[in-house]
Write a protein that binds this ligand. Sequence first.
Ligand SMILES: CC(C)(COP(=O)(O)OP(=O)(O)OC[C@H]1O[C@@H](n2cnc3c(N)ncnc32)[C@H](O)[C@@H]1OP(=O)(O)O)[C@@H](O)C(=O)NCCC(=O)NCCS
Length: 192
Amino acid sequence: MPAEPELRTPRLLLRRWRDTDLAPFAALNADPLVMEHFPAPLRPEQSDDLADRIDAGFDERGWGLWAVEIPGTAPFAGFIGLNPAVFDAPFTPAVEVGWRLARAHWGRGYATEGALAALSFGFDELALDEVVSFTTHRNTRSRRVMERLGMRRDPADDFENPNLPDGDALRPHVLYRLDRPTWQRNVAPAAR
Ligand SMILES: CC(C)(COP(=O)(O)OP(=O)(O)OC[C@H]1O[C@@H](n2cnc3c(N)ncnc32)[C@H](O)[C@@H]1OP(=O)(O)O)[C@@H](O)C(=O)NCCC(=O)NCCS
């Protein structure tokens, strides 16, 4: 297997997943507040399956949703990274930037800091032309991260997430986009 890229920021290490991440990942996925904007908290076996799928993505591509370590503070705080969005929607296929952190690590700027490193990887290493992010209308915490990253929403891009059933209150989603010129002009200087 080729050396996997690890991403470092002033406070974070974004790295490949370890078996020891599974228990704290199951704990955060069982937290109703962390999972407020998803259909339901995950059972431990669902959480383990998700970690396995994420890890398999690293084997396939060498990048994905990195495990977040906060050196000196927490060996595992959640994930931040890039994920292929391949479901049926007007903007797909695309690469999404995403994040999920344990509640104890909210309100410190970690999601934005790690996502900037993931965006650098996407634009500078993968040479992507655009990175997207999406969530439910009411997920204001996540939308604030997208806005802090310089991502922009056009309401004309709002979409129904086909992974959720018709009529589900979580199905309507907002889409935020960041294109390469905007990244280079406005966002990259803050990430370097
Ligand atoms: C979405 C999520 C990652 C956002 O976490 P967050 O802590 O609000 O976001 P950031 O890490 O960017 O932190 C920003 C906050 O930290 C504060 N902050 C404190 N110290 C800071 C620092 N040194 N640098 C930057 N911000 C700092 C900011 O003021 C800001 O607070 P505010 O939003 O109340 O103004 C988190 O709520 C989460 O994991 N939610 C559950 C999963 C989820 O919904 N994921 C997204 C699905 S699409």
